[in-house]
Ligand binder design. Structure first.
Ligand code: NOJ
Ligand code: MG
Length: 532
């Protein structure tokens, strides 16, 4: 088990490059900034850093609109800065994962300019062009993920092009073999520079229904939901042909040892697990966002863990995510006391965890005044914007929290002077210390990183308990999702003795436990069985 591939054993840390560390006083984070903070990531104890897009881009969607797949936007630095980042990361035994955005390019990509030039352009078919509907309107009823129609009419040719996101993000036509070849070349460009894997943006969107049929109405659509939910995305995404595309991506990675392919996929669990592919020819890790979406209570979480474990195909490796740059912060969703429980859950479940920068110090929701809104989604559909979870990392109590010498592109959280890495790193009671200890425990105990999972029945309603075990050790995790203390009776009669490895309440007195104990409100703990 100890020789298990790194992306099963390890943990991934997402750095949103605009917001992690600025090195040139322009208020926007950059690659040199990330390099400067690699010592922090090594100290924290993560294994890989996933960097959201830094490619040349007009930044209509802050880098998810790529104008050149093989470059670095000057805002973020140069290719030489990137090479230095990879070298410095590898020197510290940290892997580097890139964000690959294959579903759409920027409207400013030269391919699109060529495609748009005329109906007979050799690259016309690289994008998705359709004639208007008989009434002159869009070709079908598909909606953009950021609201409004997903089709924009091009005056010059009279045709519409499809964009699942902004009109500045035209979708590529993955049915075209030339597109596939060009995108494979882009992957190889970065693989040859030493990257350790890719997180593939909206991978379940890559292929659309060949006939572009209308999506059916969603009977559960409710007021307040984003407009995209008016229709079920039956024909615009999650099409069967997508698995051939993914198998080809995998084949591009295959000659490079130990690279990881992660898919961003928002689908119900039974569809999600299909993305492991037939005989595991799909992505290595289809991102599992269930902890982000589930009600935060012990029973719902126990059910979803069991059903996820049961749904995994043979050999399919699980993974868990608590937050990312598109979702409200975990500390905002569950509150500060439960943020510690969330950390312990994320880092003790079976499967590769992905941490989102700032969650380790408990950054919560940051209100963005209207004049500082940046996310185009917020402008299209107020209330849905993602700026509140993209604010600058809080390093210390200096000017702009050590993030930049200039005013940051998004406001800092107002608590930055007291909630930051500097003041939490030597505080035994801080969330950062808890994260660091948890990451340390994962390295010390293979039972935690790659061991089996076994749910523990008979717990009080607010408590979730499970064992992680392998040949070397059995660890028991007991988490209280409620604020009231609970009496825990361990199920084994005349049971074994357990030693306390870690509690979210650092002042817990006992160090050994047999039979039962009192679990504090909002307390989580990890025990190790004295004889495995
Ligand atoms: C998913 C990304 O995570 C999100 O930030 C982006 O806006 C869309 N894909 C479009 O690329
Ligand atoms: Mg900068």
């Amino acid at each position: 088990m100890a020789d298990t591939v790194w992306w099963k054993r390890g943990t991934v840390y997402q750095a949103y490059p605009r917001s992690f560390q600025d090195s040139d006083a322009d208020g926007v984070g950059d690659l040199r900034g990330i390099t400067r903070r690699l010592d922090y990531l090594a100290w924290l104890g993560v294994d890989a850093v996933w960097i959201s897009p830094f490619y040349p881009s007009p930044m209509a969607d802050y880098g998810y609109d790529v104008a050149d797949y093989c470059g670095v936007d000057p805002l973020f630095g140069t290719l030489a800065d990137f090479d230095a980042l990879v070298a410095e990361a590898h020197f510290r035994r940290l892997k580097v994962i890139l964000d690959f955005v294959p579903n759409h390019t920027s409207i400013a990509h030269p391919w699109f300019a060529e495609s748009r030039a005329s109906r007979t352009s050799p690259k016309r078919d690289w994008y998705i062009w359709r004639d208007p509907a008989p009434d002159g309107g869009p070709p079908n009823n598909w909606i953009s993920n950021f609201g409004g129609p997903a089709w924009t009419r091009d005056e010059a040719s009279g045709q519409y092009y499809y964009h699942a996101f902004l009109r500045e993000q035209p979708d590529l036509n993955w049915r075209n073999p030339e597109v596939r070849a060009a995108m494979h070349d882009a992957l190889r460009f970065w693989l040859d520079r030493g990257v350790d894997g890719f997180r593939v943006d909206v991978i379940w969107h890559l292929i659309k229904d060949e006939g572009f049929r209308d999506n059916p109405e969603n009977p559960n659509f409710a007021a307040g939901q984003a407009e995209i939910n008016r229709f079920a995305q039956v024909y615009s995404a999650d099409r069967p042909e997508v698995f051939d595309i993914i198998a080809e991506l995998r084949a591009v990675l295959a000659p490079y040892p130990e690279r990881v392919l992660i898919g961003e996929i928002y689908l119900p669990v039974e569809r999600l697990v299909a993305y492991y592919g037939a005989n595991l020819t799909g992505v290595d890790l289809p991102f599992n966002f269930q902890l982000i979406q589930a009600p935060w209570n012990a029973r719902s979480l126990a059910d979803l863990i069991e059903s996820y474990e049961a749904a995994l195909p043979p050999g399919g490796w699980p993974n868990w995510v608590l937050g990312n740059h598109d979702q409200p912060r975990i500390a905002a969703r569950v509150g500060p006391a439960q943020a510690a429980i969330a950390a312990m859950l994320l880092l003790t479940l079976r499967g590769t965890p992905t941490l989102y920068y700032g969650d380790e110090i408990g950054v919560a929701h940051v209100s963005i005044p209207p004049e500082r809104v940046r996310d185009p989604w917020e402008r299209n559909e107020p209330g849905h914007g993602r700026d509140p979870e993209r604010t600058p990392m809080q390093w210390d109590d200096s000017c702009h929290a050590g993030f930049s010498d200039a005013e940051p592109w998004l406001p800092l959280s107002p608590d930055a002077a007291t909630r930051n890495v500097e003041c939490q790193r030597d505080d035994a009671t801080s969330l950062l210390t808890l994260y660091r200890r948890l990451l340390r425990l994962r390295r010390d105990h293979t039972a935690l990183s790659v061991g089996a999972y076994r749910g523990l029945p008979g717990m009080p309603d607010t408590v979730l308990a499970y064992d992680r075990h392998d040949d070397a050790a059995t660890l028991r995790i007991v988490l209280n999702f409620g604020a009231e203390q609970q009496t825990i009776t361990l199920p084994e009669e005349r049971g074994p003795r357990w030693s306390l490895l870690l509690s979210t309440h650092p002042d817990r007195p006992e160090t050994t436990i047999a039979g039962g104990f009192v679990l504090g409100g909002d307390e989580g703990l990890i025990l190790i069985r004295d004889h495995p």
